[in-house]
Design a protein around this ligand. Structure first.
Ligand code: NAP
Ligand code: 3JN
Length: 347
């Protein structure tokens, strides 16, 4: 495009697992960048990162880092967002935030472009990216919600350790080796919570992601419940979640039971999913073809399969939903929002 408007872009958390994927996508997508600022904590300040063949030096993030910035992508944890995003907005930046900090703030749109892109324009400086487990589920359910309506969702997740950061990946690999070599396993990181109690993740399934709430659900489960209602803009939606960490490195999987409001036809459901943006239907039991974390890893889509009618509820459906938690679950969803903003400003 000639005379394409270019933007000054800041990536906060540029040295992290999500930040790395954001940079990769900005380069691959040829995002219209004028100047790129890479920000981290003091720990990584001075680190060199090459972006499109040009070496950039990572700087420690502080409020004045955002002078002249048009678009800031945050993935450095909720406390960093709370400390710096308002300062970035004051300086004229639009912030796309990957953390929980503003997701439930009524003034902050919570966006999955395939579901509620129209709400982006309501932002007052900050746009929130939902939790990874929420994103892939609502993307898969949106075509069904629009066609039949949804009463109730019961979801169980099987979440990869990369969702808990690079130290959790290291922990899984270390523990796997320890078990295979017959050594004692000493859990150190998972589950991430304020308590010192840790559990083995290698060869295990841990039914706790984030800290427990007073109602017995974990924070990850409550994020899924609250965020789904906000994104679907439906307070009557009944959502139950059980979130489980499993020994997979990349790719969250979900077993989703959904009760629809209207009768459905399974072949029409398949067609709706096939036609939906960002969804790949992979559902051929005759050839044992269904979504797998190993195959979804590194890809931007949400993969859906194992579609089947419930045996008891006449309007219920079961499905298996898999996506790369660092891509559609975080970096790709954020870059999609950034592309929307950039395209709006071209006009
Ligand atoms: P990570 O690999 O641990 O990276 C954390 C990044 O934040 C690093 O670049 C780190 O810089 C930076 N950072 C830490 N403290 C900072 C500070 N005070 N000021 C500026 N930068 C600071 O973690 P990650 O897996 O990339 O996840 C980062 C955050 O993204 C999470 O905390 C979470 O809020 C969000 N996230 C969201 C989803 C989702 O579901 N949408 C998924 C995963 C993560 P240093 O190198 O200097 O330490
Ligand atoms: O554990 C996972 O698989 C997803 C984790 C997401 C996460 C981890 C630490 C802090 C979040 C999130 O995105 O909700 C946060 C947070 O921003 O609170």
């Amino acid at each position: 495009m000639t005379n394409q408007k270019r933007f000054n872009v800041a990536v906060v958390g540029a040295t992290g697992a999500v930040g790395e994927q954001i940079l990769k996508l900005l380069a691959e997508r040829n995002f219209p960048i004028q100047e790129l600022k890479l920000l981290s904590s003091a720990r990584s300040a001075g680190t060199k990162i090459t972006f499109k063949g040009v070496e950039h030096t990572v700087e420690e993030a502080h409020p004045d880092s955002f002078n002249g910035i048009d678009i800031a992508l945050f993935s450095a944890g909720g406390d960093v967002t709370k400390a710096l995003a308002p300062a970035a907005v004051e300086r004229g930046a639009v912030c796309i935030d990957n953390t929980n900090a503003y997701r439930m703030d009524p003034n902050t749109p919570l966006i999955v472009p395939e579901v509620n892109e129209d709400k982006i324009k309501e932002h007052k400086g900050i746009i929130a990216n939902p939790n990874c487990s929420t994103i892939q589920m609502v993307a898969a359910l949106k075509p069904l919600y629009d066609r039949y309506g949804i009463d109730r969702i019961i979801v169980s997740t099987y979440q990869a350790v990369s969702g808990a950061g690079s130290r959790a990946i290291d922990e899984l690999l270390r523990q796997s080796k320890e078990v295979l070599e017959g050594n004692v396993v000493e859990p150190d990181i998972l589950p991430v919570s304020s308590l010192p109690v840790k559990h083995q993740i290698a060869f295990n399934a841990v039914p706790q992601i984030d800290k427990f709430q007073d109602n017995g659900f974990t924070l990850e489960e409550m994020k899924m419940i609250r965020e789904t209602k906000k994104i679907m803009d439906d307070d009557n939606l009944q959502v139950t979640a059980t979130c489980v960490r499993i020994p997979v490195v990349y790719g969250h999987s979900e077993s989703v039971y959904v009760e629809l409001k209207d009768d459905f036809d399974l072949s029409e459901v398949r067609q709706l999913l096939q036609d939906a943006p960002g969804i790949t239907l992979q559902d051929d039991i005759a050839s044992q073809s269904y979504p797998l974390a190993t195959e979804a890893a590194g890809k931007p889509d949400v993969f859906v399969g194992r579609l089947r009618r419930d045996l008891y509820h006449p309007r219920a459906l079961n499905m298996w939903v898999v996506s790369d938690n660092l891509l559609k679950g975080a970096a790709w969803n954020a870059v999609q929002i950034a592309e929307y903003i950039a395209s709006e400003r071209q006009e």
